[in-house]
Write a new protein. Structure first.
Length: 96
């Protein structure tokens, strides 16, 4: 997640889901700005790609046979997840 402040202040369904499924869902904050800062993508089954050129504008494409592009994006995501992200205390809840 690039900016957690609006999610924490205003709430978001994904945050509520992550809190309910805390052992299955982990939300992390990026520590550096990615090269392609404004893109958003979803990868399905290692070959289906939903890609938005700008994260604030609903403009993009879907490609159902994009295994090579998916691998590249998944590798980039894994690198950012492992090396340049952290859990943020503001996203955690205390269970009683």
């Amino acid at each position: 997640m690039k900016d957690i402040q609006p999610v924490v202040e205003q709430g978001h369904r994904i945050l509520a889901l992550a809190r309910r499924l805390s052992s299955k869902v982990e939300i992390r904050k990026l520590l550096i700005k990615p090269q392609k800062d404004s893109i958003t993508y979803v990868i399905g089954d290692c070959k289906h790609l939903l890609y938005m050129h700008e994260d604030q504008v609903y403009n993009g494409f879907v490609h159902y046979e994009a295994a090579q592009e998916c691998k590249s994006l998944a590798d980039e995501f894994s690198y950012m997840w492992d090396k340049h992200s952290e859990l943020d205390p503001a996203l955690r809840t205390m269970l009683l």
